[in-house]
Design a binder for this molecule. Sequence first.
Ligand code: NAI
Ligand code: MG
Length: 499
Amino acid sequence: MQETEVQLKTQTSKFLSQPFKLLIGGKWVESASGQTFPVFNPATGHTIAHVASGDSEDINRAVKAARSAFDSGPWSKLTVSERGRLIWKLADLLETHLEELAELESLDNGKPISVARVADVPLAVDLLRYMAGWATKIEGNTIPLSVPYTPDTQYFAYTVREPVGVVGQIIPWNFPLLMAAWKLGPALATGCTVVLKPAEQTPLSSLRLGELLCEAGFPDGVVNIVTGYGETAGAPLAAHPDVDKVAFTGSTEVGKLIVKAAAGNLKKVTLELGGKSPNIVFKDADLETAIAGAANSIFFNHGQCCAAGSRLYVEQAIFDQVVEGVAQKAKNIKVGPGLNPDTEMGPLVSDEQLDRVCGYLQSGFSEGAKAAVGGQRIESQGYFVEPTVLVNTKQTMKVVQEEIFGPVVTAMPFQQVDELIPFANDSVYGLAAGIWTNNLSKAHSLASKLRAGTVWINCYNVFDAALPFGGYKQSGWGREMGHDALELYTEVKAVCIQL
Ligand code: NAI
Ligand code: MG
């Protein structure tokens, strides 16, 4: 593994040299406490920036700004077309700054810049454009009524979809910019205002996004950005009595805290939480594609994906061949600092995640799992782990049941599809699943039996702004993307008039 310090583009160096503040009511302000916290480069462990540490007082200020922008600011008076154009303009700005944003994301999160360039930033641009188009298409219905049964009284009734109001959005570190876009897109398209809290590990692209939001011309207070820790900034946002909805992506553990915090004023809640997704390979699949797909499903973004294909189930007859194939792919992955142009897998995001993933590896080995490949931390200052395939695993092991959130897949053989289904569904999660087969009816029949929000057939990790994404069971509440996401940012008002 190479460990070179990469020269940053000048605009990134310049951006990083500033004292980072909070965006509240259209102004960049220091945190009320004056506190800051450090942000690390996961490839080296070095500090790259200091960021304002927001707490409940800052959340109060931000919610107030969002409330006033929602109730009486110019935002509430814009036409839906103007709103759509602003979102489109933001997408254009992201596209113009693609290279810079990809660099920032790679530096902050550790992911390969080559991936940020073709996935994170363009998907964020796409999502914003998709949602910009929806701004003019949030429609209600006219509803024929049957009451009051007297022929001479007539009613006319219709529904309108109105913005839910002030929304708190708490996002994770695995796709920092993209998660911000997934959250902001539907909120802005429906006319909500937002307080966004980025993950403490990766606040930088959200702060750059804040600058671009100002440049695009969003009115003051429409999007407020409060950087800070989960307990001190996230928790007061989730509990705030003047927030109408909280949208969260992160761990299932914190998702449950969000639900409790939201109970105070019964704010609406959407949650996109963990996963332990089964990826199922049949012997009638195109094996070359299936092996590449199985490797990609777990190693993409270093396994730090809620939808990662982390449980590989392979039909017995081809088990060895598939495990060997995936192990070979793992061996060939170029691991290194994300900013190296030829890096294919970077470090994990933080020392905390490194400890967590290594802890799971130890737990697997102590329960009898074996590594077909990988299984170790890569010695370096950064937070690197070898891409790993675990065999000799049992369904009850922690490594098969719990979300590892690292480049670690467990592989298990199966004989019959009927015997497989209960294993595939044996998880508290239900986010995604993969099926690899050339038998169409088998694919669709199995897809209907898997308790998962997304089923990919002969593909994996296909994300599209139009395709709803979210989880069954403890993987969450509600959906992101597609028109399903928009509904969750609106209230339905029924209006009824006697004619
Ligand atoms: P986390 O759930 O603690 O963090 C996600 C976001 O929630 C961050 O912005 C954080 O500041 C905030 N947060 C933390 N505690 C909070 C609280 N009490 N109230 C309100 N907001 C709070 O996730 P963490 O600790 O970074 O990662 C732990 C595990 O969570 C990972 O190993 C992985 O299994 C899972 N995870 C899942 C993600 C997904 O995409 N579904 C993303 C990130 C983590
Ligand atoms: Mg946490």
